[in-house]
Write a protein that binds this ligand. Sequence first.
Ligand SMILES: [Zn+2]
Length: 409
Amino acid sequence: MEKRRTVPVKLDVESDDAALLEDTVDEFLWAANYVTRHAFEGEYVTTSKTTLHDDTYEDVREETALHSNHVQAARNKAADAAKSVLAKWEQGKKASMPHFTSPHLVYDHRTATFHDDYVSLATVDGRIEADYVLPDEERDTPHAEYFFSEEYETTGAELHYTNGNWMLHIHCKTDVESDTPGQDATENRTILGVDLGVNNLAVASTGTFWTGEEFDHWRREYETRRGDFQEHGTRWAHENMQAVGRKEEGRFKLTLHRISNELVAEARDYECSVIAFEDLTDIRKRTGASWGHKWAFNRLYEYVEYKAAEYGIDVEQVDPENTSRRCSTCGFTHPDNRERESFECLKCGYQNHADYNAAKNIGLRYLRRTQTGAGGGEPVGVRLNSGTLNTNGGYEPPADSVGQSGSPR
Ligand SMILES: [Zn+2]
């Protein structure tokens, strides 16, 4: 069994080298988009890597100065994106041709060499070297635990440019003894389920709630003030309105950063290795959320995703169907199980807050999805306030906390 982790490492890049990396990222994105457009040309979407390679490799080599492995990585990106669009179409969902814009670049052992305190990276004009910027404390960082651990080998990396920083997300893997799968699973795969909504912005399977009050307050404030400005209708009013918009957006983001920090802290406190959200694509239809809410959910998901990566915690989305109507204890699914904020199972009588029941279901769905698939990192349970819940609805209290009270079930 393989265990994989991603360790983000900040790079110290000199300005000349940064310019080279920027050019390389630009050409990589161009290549990925070029191959994607090709995949979507014609009557059928092409997802075969071999076909896409045969059709586009020469062109991309001619148009760019990319290393041949970067050309292949860009083609793989395009093929994977085309596949995920097809998968959505097969489920009857809407999806359009992907377009890559976020600055990133895929490295493997042919294009990158990972040294103890610096990395050497291929660019469109030779190689550059960049030092790692590592946290001071030596213990308990994912760097010490995985990247510098002799048990893990480095398999590649993705370079990202975010908030003015070059970050290398380094992929590490190790082989885990397969004769003790239960033990490994207990250590490695506990899930935090998270339900997103309008009244409560987020609810975790551990029973922690983040209300939407603060968010609603700023949103109403914004809409009122925007109304005032709109009545005046002048150019001055228009500019003011945009300024208010930017200011409010900044406030929303601060709130969402705080919630995302707390969510990641919750996952760490409860030793979860996965945070599961529902798929956000159709969340407005399901929850009656406004565009503002959808915007907030997407930001929150993004923030949690990159903050969780720092601790080696995976963030995943699961199929949201019936997560609010299904009983997390017995599995009985019925629309009448739920009445606004309260959930009461018509079959087994289980009662709890509807959003909390949904958070548990989201965790359980991830658990079920990964347990039916073969191989790596089998999860054991969804984390509750104390103990875990497995797919059969079975509840296991933690061995070391006899007599804890007040834990939501
Ligand atoms: Zn039930």
